[in-house]
Design a protein around this ligand. Structure first.
Ligand SMILES: [Zn+2]
Length: 271
């Protein structure tokens, strides 16, 4: 019995080795085939397809960029006239309002000291008044405050406008500035005397240029020159919106004149 068992053991062991060797051979062979398929046959084809795709995409992008850049160049030649007319119209629409600033316009909190120093700048299109106002600081307890009103809105004329002043004001202002703080009123007034010109030039910003441009526009054009651009007109005061302006205004039922609250009339134009 035991002899047969040993024989079977040896025989089976032999067969097992044969099978394992074949399996190993098969694995190696197929792995080789797989590598060939992967690296020798398909990878170059796939790479070639990627390259072909990338080249086509690149070509499309380059053509698009070229056309966009051509368009931008054309736009650059169109824009100056558009900007010029938009600006002229903005100037023609400037509303002349009373810019007077009362000596009581600025108020301080509690019993804090407040004094008007009068106008630093007094022009028909811009008024700037200075005030001394006591603040809540322990040492530099007096502030030199400037407030101003300008006919031109902030899109046309850039004026300093800051929040957090130690004062409160009634009404609308185009300019608000806390110029400097000093321990005494006397020092503040001395500072003002010494630096008046510099303060003035800092506060008025580009006003002088804008005023010049405005007066030139008024000498050269009237709103009648731009009839063809008017899309909505107020029959009462003549105020108008161009089609470009109206596109940025949300219209519910009627377009109302901002000056007299009348319903504006729509003008049918070719464009
Ligand atoms: Zn009106």
């Amino acid at each position: 019995m035991s002899e047969e068992l040993v024989r079977n053991y040896l025989e089976n062991n032999h067969q097992l080795k044969l099978i394992c060797n074949k399996q190993e051979e098969l694995r190696k062979q197929v792995l080789k085939q797989i590598r060939e398929l992967e690296y020798d046959i398909y990878q170059p084809r796939i790479r070639a397809l990627y390259d072909e795709r990338d080249a086509k995409i690149q070509e499309l992008r380059e053509k698009k960029d070229e056309k966009i850049s051509d368009g931008d160049k054309q736009i650059d030649t169109l824009l100056p006239v558009i900007s010029k007319v938009d600006r002229i119209i903005a100037f023609l629409k400037v509303k002349i309002v009373d810019l007077t600033i009362a000596d009581t316009a600025v108020n301080t909190y509690g019993d804090n000291y407040c004094e008007s120093l009068g106008y630093l700048f007094d022009d028909e299109y811009l008024k700037i008044k200075l005030f001394i106002a006591e603040n809540s600081k322990p040492k530099n307890k007096y502030s030199l405050i400037a407030i101003g009103r300008c006919t031109f809105n902030e899109h046309l004329c850039k004026l300093p406008y800051s929040y957090g002043l130690p004062t409160y004001e009634h009404g609308w202002y185009s300019l608000k500035q806390q110029i400097i703080d000093r321990p005494t009123i006397k020092e503040l007034k001395e500072y003002l005397q010494k630096w008046k010109t510099k303060i003035l030039s800092q506060l008025t910003g580009n006003f002088a240029e804008i005023k010049k441009e405005y007066e030139e526009v008024l000498q050269t054009y009237t709103s009648k020159d731009f009839e063809a651009l008017k899309q909505y007109v107020c029959k009462k005061c003549g105020f108008f919106y161009t089609s470009k302006e109206i596109s940025s205004i949300s219209i519910r039922n009627n377009v109302t004149c901002p000056n007299c609250r009348e319903n504006m009339v729509k003008i049918e134009t070719g464009r």
